[in-house]
Design a protein around this ligand. Structure first.
Ligand code: SAH
Ligand code: SF4
Ligand code: F3S
Length: 445
């Protein structure tokens, strides 16, 4: 029996694709190896979003090279966004790589592995979604649903449009059928994936010839029996229209959490980033969201040190972060990416130490606001989807609320169960509490 080892870098889209890669390999008779040394096939699903992503991957690739020196019959494959961005060059730079493939070519791996002559090959044209391939889920009760691929935006800093191509949506009926299959397999929580989920459907038509809408998809999935929770990532503020926000108020299974990437609080920098919204429009979206779902959790992505970001621009980001009060944020220092518009801009305007200091100031504010926001959960009883034992204390359990907060709690529930937990305390990152065992004894009541 042949064994495989997959290392995944990057976003949920890659996690999704890796689950499909594993599912497909298992269909071909492969089984997972405990380590790279024990594998006949070593795969990397790569990311190129920031320079650090590249360097982390290249360090791992060096380890795979050493395995291949020991056992030359080992097959090494590189997929994902880094592979797509360098294409055939991968074989010149790393001659020990046997196969390279882009995000739209996951299924080609099977073709390569089952062909008679394994000579180095690359597959980079977008051909189809990995969504129809079999999946081997990391958590049986949580599933990804890839609703679209690609991105038609042109954010000046971002490499994704060049690695994932133009946006293509999957037909609504196909997605509903996949969600039904997932529910039948025991999935309770689905996360809809796309680079820009809420522009879903512009390239599709319903029976009367009108474009499909993201809110329509949300409503259709809300009706799928057995799916208890629906999440999505990431929406774009420019497409966060009222119909999507209304769906949050009206769809029972749609969770009270929106990850709404801000990137910067300065309209001037947003313009240079080509984000196509300004600070007012972002704040207006937040106000509309809170008008419909007052208790919603909001998280975001922010870049500091974009070329030309002045102290005043940065302060405007702090002002927006303070005004919104995010429940959490991913913060990044700008990283110039090959082929992007921002990589051509003069990046010497802000010294690296200043960027690091801005990052620290931003993180301190994000955490303070997240900590303050989290106090609203103390004393409440929340629905929690159990993930398994707590990472810090194995005698306790870990799960997630609908607001996407991690909860560590004492109780008796098993992974995959939905239960109720009373929250006793909250930090910026996690909640702590106790399972309501009486509610468990009588779940219907
Ligand atoms: N499609 C999603 C996610 C894109 S990548 C979206 O539009 O929201 C995730 C985050 O990485 C981005 O939101 C951005 O904050 C950050 N990012 C992307 N390119 C970057 C770069 N060149 N330097 C620093 N951060 C970057
Ligand atoms: Fe990148 Fe912008 Fe597209 Fe997101 S919306 S993937 S940040 S280009
Ligand atoms: Fe990385 Fe590609 Fe995702 S660059 S963040 S793996 S879309």
């Amino acid at each position: 029996m042949k064994r495989y080892h997959v290392t995944t870098f990057g976003c949920q889209m890659n996690e999704h694709d890796s689950e499909r890669i594993k599912g497909m390999l298992e269909t071909l008779g492969y089984r997972e190896a405990d380590s790279r040394e024990a594998a006949d096939l070593i795969l990397f699903n790569t990311c190129s979003i920031r320079e650090r992503a590249d360097s982390r991957f290249l360090a791992h690739l060096g380890a795979a090279k050493r395995v291949k020196q020991e056992r030359p019959e080992t097959v090494i494959g590189v997929g994902g966004c880094w592979a797509q961005s360098v294409k055939e060059e991968v074989f010149r730079r790393f001659p020990f790589v046997d196969v390279a493939f882009g995000p739209g070519q996951v299924h080609k791996l099977a073709e390569f592995l089952t062909s008679d002559s394994l000579s180095a090959q690359g597959y980079f044209e977008f051909e189809g979604f990995a969504g129809h391939l079999p999946a081997r889920r990391e958590r049986p009760h949580q599933g990804w649903l890839q609703i679209s691929v690609g991105c038609n935006c042109r954010c000046a800093y971002c490499i994704v449009p060049s690695t994932r191509g133009r946006e293509v949506s999957r037909p609504l009926e196909e997605l509903v059928a996949e969600a039904q299959r997932m529910a039948a397999e025991g999935v309770k929580e689905v996360t809809l994936l796309g680079q820009n989920v809420n522009s879903y459907g512009r390239d599709l038509r319903d029976s009367s010839g009108s474009p499909r809408r993201f809110s329509e998809l949300l409503r259709a999935l809300d009706a799928v029996e057995g799916i208890e929770r629906i999440r999505y990532t990431s929406p774009h503020p420019k497409d966060m229209r009222e119909d999507v926000i209304r769906a949050h108020a009206e769809c029972r299974h749609l969770c009270e959490h929106i990850h709404l990437p801000l990137q910067s609080g300065s309209s001037r920098i947003l313009k240079a980033m080509r984000r196509t919204y300004d600070r007012e429009r972002y704040l207006d979206r937040v106000a509309l969201i809170r008008e419909h779902v007052a208790d919603i959790a909001l998280t975001t992505d922010i870049i500091v040190g974009f070329p030309g970001e002045s102290e005043r621009d940065f302060e405007e980001t702090l002002e927006v972060v303070d005004a919104v009060g995010f429940d959490g944020a991913f913060t990044f220092i700008f990283s110039p990416r090959r082929g992007t518009e921002a990589a051509q801009m003069n990046d010497s305007f802000v010294a690296h130490e200043v960027k690091v200091q801005r990052m620290e100031r931003l993180v301190a504010l994000v955490q303070r606001r997240a900590q303050e926001r989290a106090q609203r959960f103390v004393g409440r009883e929340l629905e929690v989807l159990v993930e398994g034992p707590s990472r810090t204390d194995p005698t306790r359990l870990r799960g997630r609320t609908r607001h996407n907060k991690v909860v560590n709690f004492s109780g008796l529930a098993s992974a995959g169960e939905l239960t109720r937990v009373r929250i006793h305390s909250a930090t910026s990152q996690t909640l702590s509490g106790e399972e309501l065992l009486l509610a468990r004894a009588n779940p219907a009541g």
